[in-house]
Ligand binder design. Structure first.
Ligand code: ATR
Length: 278
């Protein structure tokens, strides 16, 4: 990171730890090709203790923008000089962008990425619906406000540790009908949309929730992605869910929002999503 001074090509990248398996360089490479933008996009594996120094060096060296992934999203929110309202709500930043005055803007495109996938790619109408989010960590904080923007009838955040869900819900209560509860308190009749935002999928586990939450019209979505359904999605399908979707669409849509912020051009996501899923 750094040492980019004097290069002609605008420098971008993703900073995380571990980050070797990130698909972001591939996605942004396809976006750049499609929109005829000349840019470089690299992986930066950075330990938490080095985050501020490395990111400062990247921008001091002329870097234009960074995606930020686990575990640095809260640190990136503290690093940015200015936050967009959605990044402030999420208290997490997945996109840093150098501004004309030299300051660094922090944005969070994760939530809008999910919403675009749900509404545009999957064609869901969430106005008036009942939405259940599983998990109450950073991933959940990034998606609550954009989901509330879709005017659901109710949005329940359920977490293994109930108090954490209640605290997160309370911090968004002024934006819409959101509540928090423990897994055992989840209302036992089918929800319209169930989003798994727990970290359970990363270790092959699934949130232990009542099968009564899943019905013949329930759509299930996992923020995780891979080439096999997660344990949660397999379980949901076995319980009769109407649909089960991995987070590929959210991944590509959040990247497109970042690309748009950096370059002022919106890439087409469909072809990129097809390549990744294929
Ligand atoms: P992230 O930024 O990915 O959201 P996080 O802030 O560490 O990560 O939050 C992880 C979330 O996944 C939490 O909601 C956690 O539940 P607890 O608050 O009870 O710890 C949830 N989680 C992790 N593993 C889980 C599992 N096996 N079953 C259910 N929930 C799990």
């Amino acid at each position: 990171m750094g040492g980019e001074t004097g290069t002609e090509v605008d420098q971008y990248g993703v900073v995380g730890h571990p980050v070797a398996r990130s698909r972001s360089p591939f996605i942004h490479g396809l976006f750049a090709k499609q929109t005829c933008q000349r840019l470089a996009y690299r992986l930066y594996d950075v330990m938490p203790d080095d985050f501020v120094m490395r990111v400062t060096g990247f921008f001091a060296g002329g870097g234009r923008g960074l995606n930020v992934t686990v575990p640095h999203k809260p640190a990136a929110a503290a690093f940015a000089h200015t936050l967009t309202p959605r990044a402030e709500q999420a208290r997490a930043v997945n996109t840093l962008a150098a501004q004309a005055d030299g300051s660094i803007l922090g944005d969070n495109t994760d939530g809008i990425g999910l919403v675009r996938d749900l509404t545009l790619n999957l064609g869901l109408v969430l106005a008036g619906s009942r939405v259940l989010i599983l998990g109450a960590g950073g991933a959940t904080r990034g998606i609550v406000a954009p989901l509330l923007d879709l005017a659901p009838d109710s949005l329940m955040i359920a977490n293994r540790t109930a108090d954490r869900a209640r605290v997160v819900a309370a911090s968004f209560a002024d934006l819409g009908p959101v509540k928090g509860c423990g897994f055992h308190e989840i209302e036992a009749h089918p929800w319209d949309l169930v989003v798994n935002a727990t970290a359970a999928s990363l270790t092959g586990g699934r949130p232990d929730i009542t099968p009564a939450a899943i019905g013949a019209n329930t759509i299930c979505y996992d923020l995780a992605y891979g080439h096999e359904p997660t344990a949660f999605l397999s379980w949901a399908l076995a319980e009769g869910a109407a649909g089960a979707h991995l987070g590929w669409g959210m991944l590509v849509e959040q990247a497109a929002e970042s690309f748009h912020l950096w370059r002022g051009v919106r890439p087409e996501t469909g072809p990129v999503l097809d390549v990744l899923k294929g």
